[in-house]
Design a protein around this ligand. Structure first.
Ligand code: HDE
Length: 701
């Protein structure tokens, strides 16, 4: 157990899980039947070199158990990482909902969160261009509530009946099972170009939001419009938002691709190591509360959107996001398979006070999640698996089936009964789940509503709400993705679709992928929604950021000490990288331990670089790996702090204009301790957005 987990008070869910814990410490090896085993290295044979005996139950059991270790991976979101934590509401929301965990500010509700990519298989890289899952299981006193969201507020399609189509299109192609962890292939763009409802979400996918720097720096959204219902039975429509305390931060595409090779576990490692180090990811829960009056107003102010259409957002300028509580992730799972793999999120898991709407995506999801667990977890008893068990009591007549572990004592397994005193009795109506009695009527139809018909207005709003560098990255992403598409007609058809969003975008993309520019079109003046740009979503501080210090023998420790102290003080991670592992001699005597050797790591794995002075700098300036490290950090917009002879290494990287002070290259003249003002400027550069304005054309990295 880690230092931080050990100090953590522990939630009711921790205690429930611990009751299922198995600790082999101090024990002797046994079979599954508890029979002691004194040799697990040699099969039972006739003579030393003779045939193996069928009688060897230990051999057979060991191999059988191994042969059946794998379960099917999730059909989507197979690659994921989980963490435990808690949620606490700031003030009672009883005015809107009877949900117990949203009404009691004193209650710390245990949660388990699983973050994921969508396209790739379980062993695929973390930093691919993809949507990220952000699924939260709240173990409330009134039962489990699963908020199964994504890091983007919209979805590719409007009706769940299209889900198999969009997933088949984006997954590796059926004939050769390629590509892994990528949407840059013909079948995805074929589907996109033929199904214009994908336009808005694809724009998000082409933005840097598809490349989160860490799970702690990405948003989460419930996507659909849900419903809150208060004790009086009054309903308010709601959209759920998670906002990371540390702000939204993204990688850049070149960096993301390189990380996929250097450390395919990049996001998983970051989550794990942060929690182990006590740097807990934190998110604020926000609600867009949409009253009847808002619904009427939106009909005129935002006619492009229908609240039941999952390809649209409600712009925050029209309905603000109210911060209602916070979630802290403060414990790593004990066992990956038992918890992160076996956790079964089900959209239908709601508690009294939270309800659904008729969004056809949401309705389809109400079926699909339970259904998929039947295959994935091997039967209907998956809610008995410790990570899925509610804290609330479970009493009903559901029974038997594969993998049942409960031992029901009652003799009556039906309702009504008198044999077991009528138990379990029907609950008091005031506390029971009640479906909101929304009146509905109409003919049965298989028809997309006309109000779902605008596929371009909000994509345009997103594009025009971007800062210049975000927009540049979007253009580059379309060019990259379509540049990988082999069939020219798919490229052209996509450009035609983009032209309906924005002519300039379509022309820029067309120019990069060798298709003719589309005819000029005039599109409506877009609404600007400033909160769509990640530049508006800066967080507080630099917690969890990773700073590389490139050091060789003779390093100026007097310079490093106060800087490192200030960085540690803000929960940043500082690593001393040296040409080889082991101690690094310090100017004036003494030594510092290298965190790791430079050649075992890479610039793309850090958020900033420090180049201290020292007599060993000329050696680093002659080391291609070190020089590349600096040039790449520059290319990816990361702050670079330089002191004294560290300038030699910077010069060796041949940066445009020698590296520009205005663009995040922070120079400290001479050796020795920097003053607080200079240290502050480093902290400010780190906390801000990356320096995307740098001239990159001539950077060799
Ligand atoms: Fe999912 N989705 N989904 N999805 N989804 C699954 O359930 C599905 C959708 C999301 O960490 C599957 O347990 C349908 C939207 C997350 O375990 C499956 C439709 C959103 C996760 C499934 C959608 C999501 C899943 C696969 C269209 C964001 C990972 C394994 C109607 C709001 C949860 C599983 C985890 C997983 C079906 C659309 C989020 C097959 C049919 C929209 C975060 O049941």
């Amino acid at each position: 157990m880690t230092h931080d987990s050990a100090q953590r008070p522990g939630t009711d869910k921790d205690r429930q899980l611990a009751a299922h814990g198995v600790d082999n410490g101090g024990s002797a090896l046994t079979t599954d039947q508890g029979v002691l085993v004194d040799d697990t290295d040699n099969s039972l044979t006739v003579g030393e070199r003779g045939p193996s005996l069928l009688e060897d139950f230990h051999l057979r059991e060991k191999l059988t158990r191994f042969d059946h270790e794998r379960i099917p991976e999730r059909v989507v979101h197979a690659r994921g990482s989980g963490a435990h934590g808690y949620f606490q509401v700031y003030e009672s929301l009883a005015r809107y909902t009877s949900a117990d965990f949203l009404c009691d500010p004193a209650a710390r509700t245990p949660v388990f969160v699983r973050f994921s990519t969508v396209q790739g298989s379980r062993g695929s890289a973390d930093t691919v261009r993809d949507v990220r899952g952000f699924a939260t299981k709240f173990y409330t006193r009134a039962g489990n509530f699963d908020l199964v969201g994504n890091n983007m507020p919209v979805f590719f399609i409007q009706d769940g009946i299209k889900f198999p189509d969009v997933v088949h299109a984006v997954k590796p192609e059926p004939h050769h099972e390629m590509p892994t962890g990528a949407s840059a292939h013909d079948s995805f763009w074929d589907f996109v170009s033929l199904q214009p409802e994908t336009m808005h979400h694809v724009m998000w996918l082409m933005s840097d939001r598809a490349l989160p720097r860490s799970y702690a720096t990405m948003q989460g959204f419930g996507v659909h419009t849900f419903r809150l219902v208060n004790a009086a039975g009054e309903s308010t429509l709601v959209k759920f938002h998670w906002t990371p305390r540390r702000g939204v931060r993204s990688l850049v595409w070149d960096e993301a691709q390189k990380i996929a090779g250097k450390d395919p576990d990049f996001n998983r490692r970051d989550l794990w190591e942060s929690i182990e180090a006590g740097i807990f990811p934190e998110y604020e829960l926000g609600l867009q509360l949409i009253t009847e009056a808002d619904v009427a107003r939106l009909a005129t102010e935002a006619p492009e959107l229908d609240l039941l259409d999952a390809t649209k957002i409600v712009p925050e300028e029209l309905v603000p996001v109210t911060a209602v509580g916070r979630m802290v992730l403060d414990r790593n799972p004990t066992n990956f398979f038992a918890e992160t793999e076996q956790v079964a999120f089900c959209v239908q898991n709601v508690v009294p006070g939270i309800g659904f709407t008729d969004d056809p995506m949401l309705q389809a999801r109400l079926f699909s999640y339970l259904d998929t667990q039947l295959t994935r977890l091997g039967g209907p008893n998956f809610a008995q698996i410790p990570i899925n068990r509610p804290l609330a009591e479970v009493n009903n007549h559901q029974q038997d089936g594969f993998h049942n572990v409960s031992v029901p004592a009652a003799q009556a397994n039906y309702h009504p009964n008198s044999i077991s005193g009528g138990c379990p009795v029907l609950a008091d109506g005031a506390n029971a789940y009640r479906h909101f009695p929304e009146p509905v009527e109409g003919p049965k139809l298989r028809k997309r509503p006309e109000s779902f018909g605008d596929h371009h207005t909000q994509a345009r709003m997103f594009l025009h709400s971007m800062s210049p560098w975000e927009r540049e990255h979007i253009v580059a992403a379309y060019r990259f993705e379509l540049g990988k598409v082999v069939r020219p007609e798919i490229r052209s058809r996509t450009v035609e679709q983009l032209n309906k969003i924005d002519h300039q975008l379509a022309a820029q993309v067309a120019a990069g992928i060798g298709v003719p520019a589309p005819a000029a079109t005039k599109t409506d003046k877009p609404r600007i929604s400033p909160r769509l740009s990640q530049t508006a979503l800066t967080g507080s501080g630099i917690a969890g950021m990773r700073i590389a210090v490139l050091a060789a023998d003779g390093v100026d420790a007097a310079f490093l000490a106060p800087l490192t102290e200030a960085l540690h003080g803000q929960q940043a991670v500082v690593e001393l990288l040296a040409p080889v592992d082991g101690p690094v001699a310090v100017a004036g005597g003494g030594e510092l331990p290298a965190t790791r050797a430079l050649f075992t790591t890479a610039s793309v794995l850090y958020d900033a670089v420090v180049l201290p002075g020292g007599k060993g700098v000329p050696d680093l300036a002659a080391d291609g790996h070190a020089v590349h490290f600096v040039a790449e950090a520059y290319k990816h917009g990361k702050p670079i702090a330089v002191a004294g002879a560290g300038e030699l290494l910077l010069a060796a990287a041949h940066l445009p204009n020698g590296g520009d002070v205005a663009l995040g290259v922070l120079r400290h003249d001479g050796d020795g301790a920097p003053g607080p003002g200079w240290i502050e400027s480093v902290l400010t550069a780190l906390a801000g957005p990356r320096f995307h304005g740098r001239p990159l054309d001539q950077v060799v990295a």
